[in-house]
Design a protein around this ligand. Structure first.
Ligand SMILES: Cc1cc2nc3c(=O)[nH]c(=O)nc-3n(C[C@H](O)[C@H](O)[C@H](O)COP(=O)(O)OP(=O)(O)OC[C@H]3O[C@@H](n4cnc5c(N)ncnc54)[C@H](O)[C@@H]3O)c2cc1C
Length: 387
């Protein structure tokens, strides 16, 4: 058993940490409040190769795995810059295209995703289906060689800054049977596609959107893979990377909050010469949160290692557990940090309450804590499905 990163992974961690700290949470919040994107940080991370660490080298990436991408996600978040689009573009979409796209699709999309010049977001969630993906109602119909897509998606992150959106649809002839998903790469400026920004209570430069697809006409090569049979494995290919990288982002956010709070409580004195951190009522909740974050990090490393070793089923269990643990730990850490800072915790200046919304969302998205508990109950504990 080895808990150490390789030298290359260590160097990656240090380099990403340095980049993240150069920008910092102040930059992230200023961008969010100005309604702007983290274009400079994203661009620099892309040029330095951090966005493409998991993309095969023949397509301009670093040839690493999800372990490396999780390091990037965690370190940027630990510097106060939790970039959700890392989870969407390089983790989900690049994995799906690299593993299940045609050669033409790999050549067309991966190099730009590797250097960050091309962003592709991901749309599966629908208003009516919610957590029940078997009810997906976005339908793809054949029209000659073309496809026509119709349906609605919600909470889709980053549509305003993306070139394409990878849309999960179902084929019409399978509408009454089991889900036969088909994935399509749709240009965000396609005729018939409209996006409407959702007002979210999350301080983030990345936005969520409702998407309306009204007979969006796509050429045959917009379908991911060689045939409709590629749909289900392609969809599943994105799930483990998504869970692991979102968990890494949560762990980084937890680390950021605990570091901020510990610095503050070690120096803040309101009862004579002793810092408030001397009081166990202040330090124990922080220590407890630090333990939870560290436990989540262990599970993230395990899940990433299993995934990179090609052990997908075990990675599925570990990835879900890591995502659950991290979601809980990040929300706890941010809330505990706010409390430890007192009034300062609620100010923008100290940069902790600005993460409350994002950390809380980590218990809901991309898969809710309840759906993970359902998964564990069924697949680990052997219980019957309740729904
Ligand atoms: C910030 C943010 C970004 C997002 N980005 C994207 C994106 O880029 N692309 C995308 O496709 N989606 C995205 N989502 C959507 C996200 O994946 C969904 O919100 C999530 O899957 C939950 O679906 P829902 O909101 O419809 O909740 P619902 O399915 O309506 O569930 C509501 C509540 O009921 C619980 N529940 C439902 N069914 C069960 C059950 N059987 N047992 C126990 N509890 C149950 C859920 O856990 C939840 O707490 C994003 C969401 C957020 C908040």
């Amino acid at each position: 058993m080895n808990f150490d990163l390789t030298d290359e992974q260590d160097q990656l961690r240090d380099a990403v940490r340095a980049l993240g700290r150069r920008y910092g949470h102040g930059y992230f919040v200023a961008k969010a409040k100005a309604g702007e994107h983290t274009t400079e940080l994203w661009g620099e991370a892309g040029r330095l190769g951090y966005l493409g660490v998991n993309i095969p080298t023949e397509y301009g990436g670093g040839g690493g795995g999800i372990t490396e991408l999780a390091i990037v996600c965690e370190e940027l978040a630990a510097a106060g810059c939790p970039l959700l689009l890392l989870v969407v573009s390089p983790a989900i979409v690049a994995t799906v295209i690299a593993k299940h796209g045609t050669i033409e699709q790999r050549e067309r999309f991966l190099p730009g995703m590797a250097d960050g010049t091309l962003k592709v977001v991901f749309a599966i969630t629908e208003p009516e289906a919610g957590s029940n993906f078997h009810r997906l109602g976005t339908v793809a119909r054949r029209d000659g060689d073309d496809w026509l897509l119709t349906g609605r998606k919600c909470y889709i992150s980053g549509v305003d800054e993306a070139d394409y959106v990878l849309v999960v649809a179902r084929t019409e002839d399978a509408a009454t049977g089991k889900l036969k998903p088909a994935l399509f790469v749709v240009p965000t400026d396609a005729a018939g596609l409209t996006a409407s920004k959702l007002d979210m209570e999350i301080v983030s430069p990345e936005n969520q959107f409702l998407l309306y697809l009204d007979d969006v006409r796509l050429p045959a090569d917009a379908l991911v893979g060689e045939s409709l049979d590629a749909g289900l494995p392609a969809l599943f290919a994105g799930l483990n990377p998504e869970r692991i990288t979102v968990a890494a982002m949560g762990a980084g956010t937890g680390r950021y909050a605990i570091e901020k709070a510990s610095d503050y409580t070690a120096s803040r004195k309101v009862w004579g010469g002793r810092s408030i951190g001397t009081h166990q009522g202040v330090s124990h909740p922080l220590a407890h949160a630090a333990v939870q974050v560290e436990l989540a990090r262990l599970m993230i490393h395990k899940a990433a290692a299993l995934y990179d070793a090609g052990r997908d089923l075990e990675a599925g269990v570990a990835g879900n557990m890591a995502k659950y643990a991290s979601g809980e730990a990040a929300a706890l850490a941010v809330d505990t940090a706010v409390q430890a800072l007192g009034g300062a915790g609620m100010t923008t200046e100290y940069g902790v309450a600005t993460l409350l919304g994002a950390a809380r969302a980590g218990r809901i998205a991309p898969v809710s804590r309840e759906m993970i508990l359902n998964f564990v109950a069924q697949h680990v504990l052997g219980q019957d499905k309740s729904y």
